[in-house]
Design a binder for this molecule. Sequence first.
Ligand SMILES: [Zn+2]
Length: 255
Amino acid sequence: MAETSETAETPAEQPKAPKRVLIVMAHPDDGEFGCGGTVARWAAEGRDIYYCLVTDGQVGDAGDKEITSEQLTEIRHKEAQAAADALGVKHPVIFLHYMDSRLEPTLEVRRDIARVIRQVKPDVVICQDPTVRWNGQGYINHPDHRAAGEATLAAIMPVASTRLAFPELGAEGLPPHNVKEIYIAGTQSADRWVDIGGYLETKAAALRAHKSQIHDWDPLPEMTEWAKATGEAARKVGHDMQYAEGYKYIRLEDD
Ligand SMILES: [Zn+2]
């Protein structure tokens, strides 16, 4: 496959063997918004999926009531697990416990994500896009999203894959691991699309688990609109799908 070609996954394209997938996101609801349909589909197809959240989401509150970061952490951990359960993820969500809204792509964060990569040994990583600063005229990308994306890409290469990059990981009994594919979510440079027709209700159900964030808002209509617009973009380059999630795709190694 040419590295620059635009590609798509349709339901007809089943993985040869169940792939292991690691999702690394800054906040508890980022994965559901950015790749919930893909995760629901891959889980239904039998992929082994792990979720890693870099912060606890401990400042994500509308400010309408008195609540401490500690109380919010507890709520958001439960919501994140309920959302992962709704998508069909079988493993407990992994938290790295960095502080929400103060995330930087430091060497420490890289190392901690690389540790998870070496423990989980994923074939595929889904992460956030470190290059997106804004969208249109009404949206500033959260700096934690960029930091988590930056740190995850650096964790994949070189930290997880290179023995001498952080020798303390080897000393913990974690040998290097090579991730084969990267799906960068929330991107403005999509060149791969995943058909999520049939998984919109599951994506919405997972989002509803984040009650502290979305309250009584019904995510289904807006998620359907997003998926329809992304499906349209996929069709423009020849991929026949009505509802899609789009990614910047990187293949580092063949199966
Ligand atoms: Zn977020």
